[in-house]
Design a binder for this molecule. Structure first.
Ligand code: 5GP
Length: 254
């Protein structure tokens, strides 16, 4: 059988042409990058876990009425998605100070923020994804004000829902990044959640110990990166379907 046509390769995912018009196949790699790709590595099994975690979170969000690009998971590393026109903005939501917020403003990591803060970054690797204001986004036509209203409303709902979903299993959602796309259906356009939601783009801390269970384990050389991702999946009852050839780790006896 002919291999599907590859359309795009990113740092952590590859997009292939889908089986039907308007669909794509999103393949999750084990590659990890940080600090605008200055740090690179492989986290064995990460792609399998992120495929499952993102599937689970997109489905739960869809259950509460958030439109997403997710159609269905195809196998251990691939999912079928709807083709959307990606809005070139990374939307970051913060509940607790960490990462670039702490560095930039000197707010100690772990400080609970008085309210959730939304920030925007222009998706441009050459420029290092600079932070932008809504003014830049609308002035340069990356999105129109109505798109931004939809994005803010969706983002706040996603944040509220995910905070509760993770807190229910003893995990604090410190911050996360989401991306949105435009989905066209019969001349009607809808803004939908796109990309992925996984420990690659969320900060997730154990609520009791503040242990980091996300990509900061890789960024900060804390070790046991895959174990952190696996712990997130385990607590939410999401487990890979078990292919010892595809994922390393302790094997559970049946
Ligand atoms: P920070 O601005 O503190 O570096 O990141 C805030 C949050 O957004 C973190 O959860 C981080 O994982 C996520 N994030 C920000 N930019 C990116 C990015 O380019 N790629 C990914 N995967 N996550 C990002």
């Amino acid at each position: 059988m002919a291999r599907r046509r590859q359309l795009y390769e990113g740092k952590a995912k590859i997009l292939f042409e889908g089986p039907e018009p308007g669909t794509l196949v999103q393949y999750f790699k084990d590659d990890a990058t940080a600090f605008n790709a200055q740090k690179k590595g492989i986290i064995t099994g990460k792609g399998v876990l992120n495929n499952r975690i993102s599937e689970y979170l997109m489905q739960r969000l869809s259950d509460i009425g958030i439109p997403t690009h997710f159609v269905r998971r195809l196998n251990m590393r691939e999912q079928l998605i709807r083709e959307v026109e990606i809005i070139p903005i990374e939307v970051v939501v913060r509940n607790v100070a960490a990462g670039s917020l702490s560095t930039r403003l000197g707010i100690p990591e772990g400080t609970r923020l008085p309210r959730s803060i939304i920030e925007y970054y222009y998706k441009n690797d050459q420029l290092g994804d600079p932070m932008v204001a809504e003014e830049h986004i609308t002035a340069f036509g990356w999105a129109v004000p109505q798109d931004m209203d939809d994005i803010v409303a969706l983002t706040l709902r996603i944040n509220d829902f995910l905070c509760g979903l993770f807190l229910g299993v003893g995990i604090i959602l410190v911050d996360f990044k989401v991306e949105f796309g435009r989905l066209w259906e019969n001349d009607e356009m809808r803004i939908v959640l796109a990309d992925e939601i996984s420990p690659d783009n969320c900060r997730l801390w154990d609520a009791k110990t503040n242990e980091k269970l996300d990509k900061d384990r890789f960024r900060q050389d804390l070790g046991s990166v895959e174990e952190g991702y696996r712990e997130v999946a385990r607590r939410r009852g999401i487990l890979p379907e078990g292919g010892p050839a595809d994922i390393k780790g302790p094997k559970t006896l049946q």
